[in-house]
Design a protein around this ligand. Structure first.
Ligand code: NDP
Length: 256
């Protein structure tokens, strides 16, 4: 009885940036619970490897090559997923990037690129998926924020702005779409070992050790740390949970 509330068999999920990093960790969780997955990204080699990984878990996985900052491409992606699977139940807005510069050094085109990728893409994907999510009867949207949704590191100018925006956008959608039985929540990852943080670890001396010291769990996060929260927020088990922003950070955000 309890386990059926976490059962995602027959559901269809779109995971933007699902071809690597945290997105692949989220997609693996959904696939292990039975959901079919559309992986959205730009890099076809990474996407091919991701759908092979997901397919081994006994579900149907497809790759839809899409730049999420291109509205027409997102519309075509949504059409393709509906044609391929007949429905969309879960949308995870995970694609993201960062440009590490303080406010006085960041150029306008750099600001726009980060905001377009991290925040505007969530708006466009959610808006275009909304009719299918409503038709699902129990739609789920998960937006990926960050510790920078809460804090404001000096190097995270546009990144922090985009991730703060993700939380408020999540709350607005949760309010608007509750009558459609669509739940909208955000996940706020701590420091996770992915391509996104690899550059920072190489450039910023001592970062690796500082994260270990600052994180009560005493380790960096792994992409598979996201499987459980992905299943919970995608399943009927979370039907009374909406508008939240849940840290998955080994305690980073509660460390004094
Ligand atoms: P990665 O760099 O490993 O993955 C980012 C993913 O986003 C890639 O799969 C990439 O696919 C995709 N992507 C980026 N831009 C676009 C685009 N324009 N169109 C389509 N896909 C795009 O990063 P993470 O896994 O670390 O990050 C995933 C999310 O988690 C991001 O939103 C990030 O901000 C957030 N996060 C990460 C943290 C960390 O410590 N790693 C901490 C807090 C939040 P492709 O290469 O094919 O374009």
């Amino acid at each position: 009885m309890t386990s059926s509330r976490f059962d995602l068999r027959g559901k269809v999920a779109i995971v933007t940036g699902g071809n690597g990093g945290i997105g692949l960790g989220l997609a693996r969780g959904l696939a292990d619970a039975g959901a079919n997955i559309a992986v959205v990204g730009r890099n076809e080699t990474k996407s091919a490897a991701a759908i092979a990984d997901l397919g081994q878990r006994g579900v149907k996985a497809i790759a839809v090559t899409t730049d999420v900052t291109d509205q027409a491409a997102v519309a075509a992606m949504i059409d393709r997923v509906v044609k391929e699977f007949g429905r969309i139940d879960i949308l995870i807005n995970n694609a993201g990037m960062s440009i590490r510069k303080p406010p006085h050094e960041l150029e306008l085109d750099e600001w726009n690129k980060v905001i377009d990728t991290n925040l505007t893409s969530a708006f466009v994907c959610s808006k275009l998926a909304y009719p299918a999510l409503k038709a699902s009867g129990n739609g789920k949207v998960i937006n990926i924020g960050s510790m920078m949704s809460i804090f404001g590191a000096s190097f995270a100018t546009a990144y922090a702005a985009s991730k703060g925006g993700i939380v408020q956008y999540t709350r607005a959608c949760a309010n608007a779409w509750a009558p459609d039985n669509i739940q909208v929540n955000a996940i706020l990852p701590g420091w996770i070992d992915t391509d996104l943080t690899r550059g920072a670890r190489q450039q910023v001396s001592g970062l690796h050790e500082r994260v270990l010291a600052r994180t009560p769990a005493g380790r960096w996060g792994d992409i598979d740390d996201f499987a459980g929260i992905a299943v919970f927020l995608s399943s009927p088990a979370s039907n009374f949970v909406t508008g939240t922003a849940i840290p998955v950070d080994g305690g980073f955000s509660v460390m004094a």
